[in-house]
Design a protein around this ligand. Structure first.
Ligand SMILES: *Cc1c(COP(=O)(O)O)cnc(C)c1O
Length: 383
């Protein structure tokens, strides 16, 4: 009999989080809907107690995600990805300093800026591609927040070097691993203290759930994050965690297919006359390719950003002309989504006006290409 620790990730997503294998047990996990738990009448440590503290359906999901990230403990599900970000921010002391990427998920940027304006802490922004520049800002910080690849610029940080620098300086580190998923990159094994996920994206994978998670191997950190979850009240829904685990059953297949589609489309897009730049770390010509090859598992995810030889209006016209691709924000679902990122007011000026972010889904790649190509043909090229 194999120990579950020996199972490979594409098996764990299928076998994990199921009821104990006893006669007549249901094969699939149950959805536990309850706000409280029966006790014995005595005061006892470790009882489930109340529905804001624990739920068996959360735990089915949390065990699988913790296993995939190679953590020593189960993950902690949170109400959303941003609730997970907020939980990590709660670890920063008042008056502290956070180092974070210039380009990162917009919600994380806004939340950090809000905390700055409220006088809770200060933020230093760094170009994550520039390892020396990141290392220079680490000493004296209270939290190093990293994304790699970054949203929406697909820049790749040298995670082992940066995380080792933070560790030797005694600085807490958190990596948002939403884009890569634990199948392609496991930041805890590269030296991170905490991994953050928007489960909304690839893990749940069907654009019908909003959910987040944090993962750590440090029992004290986990206890603090658990306490924050209970006391802030930003708890996950039981139905959301149940749906997320159901979605994760096919995570390995979805990541594989979407990644193949993305690589194929990225290569074709480099030849397209309307496209001036393709950002995708899977392309051998991408500046982050070598680094990503070393710290990811030889696959590079399914998000591509392209820049067009066009202004913002023409770029939006491309999006409007598409029929198979859905014009929408978000990413990581089975269906392909596309959007011009600068339409969001909070996106920094350093993101080009014509940049389109593509979340490549699992459709037939020829249909995705034909649609994209006809849309790009509407572009009035600017010289
Ligand atoms: C979407 C996203 C988040 C926020 O997650 P929600 O589930 O939408 O709250 C955080 N980080 C990244 C990289 C994301 O893409």
């Amino acid at each position: 009999m194999l120990h579950s620790e020996d199972l490979r990730p594409d098996t764990v997503v299928v076998t994990g989080g199921r009821p104990d294998p006893v006669h007549d047990a249901p094969v699939s996990p149950s959805l536990t809907l309850t706000s409280t738990y029966r006790g014995t009448g005595e005061a006892r440590e470790g009882d489930r107690g109340y529905g804001r503290t624990s739920n068996p359906t959360w735990e089915d999901f949390e065990g699988v995600l913790g296993h995939l990230e190679e953590a020593a403990h189960p993950a902690l599900a949170m109400a959303s990805g941003l609730a997970a970000v907020a939980a990590v921010m709660s670890l920063v002391p008042i008056g502290g300093r956070v180092v974070m990427p210039t380009h990162a998920y917009q919600g994380s940027q806004v939340l950090m800026d809000d905390a700055c304006r409220a006088g809770q802490f200060t933020v230093t922004r760094v170009d994550v591609k520039d390892t020396e520049a990141v290392l220079a800002e680490i000493p004296g910080a209270d939290l190093l927040w990293i994304e790699s690849p970054t949203n929406p610029m697909l820049e790749v940080a040298d995670l082992p070097a940066i995380l080792a620098g933070a560790r030797s300086a005694g600085v807490l580190t958190a990596v948002d691993n939403t884009f890569a998923t634990p199948l392609l990159q496991r930041p805890l094994t590269l030296g991170a203290d905490i991994v953050v996920h928007s489960v909304t994206k690839y893990l749940a994978g069907h654009s019908d759930v909003v959910l987040g998670a944090v993962v750590t191997s440090d029992p004290q950190l986990r206890e603090r994050l658990h306490h924050h979850r209970t006391m802030s009240g930003a708890i996950p829904g039981a139905f959301e965690t149940w749906l997320a685990l159901r979605g994760m059953r096919t995570l390995a297949l979805r990541v594989e297919r979407a990644g193949q589609n993305a690589l194929d489309l990225a290569q074709r897009l480099t030849e397209h006359p309307a496209v001036t730049r393709v950002r995708y770390p899977g392309l051998v010509t991408d500046p982050g390719h070598e680094r990503a090859s070393e710290q990811m598992d030889g696959r590079f995810g399914a998000i591509i950003s392209i820049e067009l030889a066009a202004d913002a209006a023409s770029a939006e016209q491309v999006v409007s002309a598409l029929k198979v691709w859905t014009p929408a924000t978000s990413l990581g679902g089975v269906e392909s989504l596309i959007e011009r990122r600068r339409r969001h007011h909070d996106e920094p000026d350093s993101v080009p006006e014509s940049l389109l972010r593509l979340s490549v889904g699992i459709e037939n790649v020829e249909d995705l290409w034909a649609d994209l190509d006809q849309g790009l043909r509407t572009v009035k090229l600017v010289p």
